[in-house]
Design a protein around this ligand. Structure first.
Ligand code: LLP
Length: 424
């Protein structure tokens, strides 16, 4: 990519030496390229150039408040999934009018927080949720802007854990029930229908599933207008645009998916919303880690033990996801096959299994690529591990957007309750 490149056999992010960052932060550390984020927004806007549209960055993929602010400054709204993400986006300077709210199980508190900031739109995934929003909005004397999330029953042909738009999944409302819900909701005084929405799943690499889904939504939009006189101002196609995790594969331009949708978008008089996460962030980040030890067992199996773990990047353990891994310094031309594993006490704690990699030695730095999406946000403190810092590179400058967690953070507000420990 143009964002993480080798210059004289040493890895750079934009024009910043990775080792210069590591010198300051130590490892493991997440490093993001601002230029990558910027270029992807431009690329998406370009793909949508013929269509009235708005990008809502799906904050769940990378919710550092600096990431949110970068996207917001580029003109994106923010797609949030909880009161916590509303809090983050607010801290990043985003107003309610630029946020949309997803989620299959919103709580009363979530809904109150959303209405309080005057959220642009809440996506509803059940009739009960619609009733609750109407009730809360009426107590507050407000009108809630609502989109119905349809489950279009489309197979996104991706990992089962990240498929969401199949009939068997928990998400959305079946197309057969959608019209009735709109009809009933129309009578609710504090509900204002503004849109229709879907999200098929994640890491979708061809337009087929999107074409099928969007066609179903378009049909519903037109039915709503003709049969019930409900006209919606926007149609939200969710996120899910896939990316390449193999550096040998070319970057998948957003156009390859979006251009097949453009003629369908033209059949409705709606602004098109899109909620990408991974597409905007995945290949804009690496996780840099240091080799602690190497060893070979009796079965002649090589292990490279690094200081990053499943607690920092869980995707390989959870989904068997492939993340490309390369040394920060390309000094060794000989390769071998090794398991690249973390320090956590689980056999499932690995970053790569049976991976061909340049022979490593203790002290080497490795870069785990495509870690900008669903990396830091899915991290945990298991084994008493502190979450890594997050660094933002802008040209030849870098900024620490979040430092390594402190030990105090690990116990948050735990306190010894003396009475609990009194001997009876
Ligand atoms: N909109 C909604 C309603 C979503 O649920 C999601 C992701 C997105 C947008 C953004 O999807 P994206 O453009 O990033 O594919 N942890 C998994 C991915 C889970 C995606 C959850 N929903 C992974 O690491 O692959």
């Amino acid at each position: 990519s143009n964002y993480f490149t080798y210059q004289s056999n040493e890895l750079y992010c934009e024009s910043t030496q990775i080792k210069k960052i590591i010198e300051e932060t130590k490892t493991p550390v997440y490093i993001y390229s601002k230029k990558f984020f910027t270029d992807r927004v431009e690329e998406l806007n370009e793909a949508f150039s013929e269509i009235k549209h708005k990008i809502f960055f799906s904050a769940k993929s990378n919710y550092n408040i600096n990431t949110i602010k970068i996207f917001h400054n580029l003109g994106c709204g923010i797609d949030v999934n909880s009161e916590g993400e509303i809090f983050r986006a607010t801290k990043a300077g985003v107003e309610g009018k630029d946020m949309i709210f997803s989620g299959v199980g919103k709580t009363k508190e979530d809904i109150e927080a959303a209405l309080k900031i005057g959220i642009h739109m809440i996506k509803v995934e059940s009739f009960q949720e619609l009733e609750l929003i109407n009730e809360i909005a009426s107590q507050k004397n407000l009108v809630a802007n609502i989109a119905i999330r349809v489950n279009p029953d489309v197979d996104p042909q991706t990992h089962p854990y990240i498929s969401t738009g199949l009939a068997k999944n928990k998400f959305g409302i079946s197309s057969s029930q959608v019209l009735e819900i709109f009809q009933k909701g129309k009578e609710m005084k504090n509900i204002n229908f503004v849109g229709i929405d879907m999200h098929l799943g994640s890491q979708i690499k061809n337009s087929g599933p999107f074409v099928d889904g969007v066609e179903k939504l378009v049909e519903l939009v037109n039915k709503l207008k003709n049969q019930f006189g409900i006209s919606l101002s926007h149609l939200d196609i969710g996120g899910g645009i896939g990316v390449s995790y193999e550096p040998s594969e070319p970057h998948l331009n957003a156009k390859t998916i979006i251009s097949d949708l453009v003629p369908i978008f033209k059949k409705v008089d709606c602004e098109i919303y899109i909620e990408p996460g991974r597409f905007l962030t995945a290949n804009g980040g690496i996780l840099a880690t240091q080799v602690l030890f190497t060893k070979k067992n009796d079965m002649q199996k090589n292990f490279v033990i690094v200081d990053a773990a499943m607690t920092d990047l869980i995707r390989p353990s959870l989904y068997k996801s492939y993340h490309h891994i390369q040394p920060v310094d390309l000094y060794e031309s000989e390769t071998y096959v090794a398991d690249i594993v973390g320090p956590v006490c689980e056999s499932g704690d690995f970053l790569a299994l049976q991976r061909e990699i340049s022979k490593c030695k203790s002290g080497d730095y490795l870069a785990v690529f495509s870690s900008g999406a669903y990396g830091m946000v899915m991290s945990s403190n298991y084994n008493g591990r502190r979450r890594p810092p997050e660094v933002f590179v802008d040209g030849n400058q870098f900024f620490i957007g979040r430092s390594r967690e402190s030990f105090d953070y690990l116990i948050f507000d735990e306190k010894i309750q003396e009475k609990l420990h009194q001997k009876k």
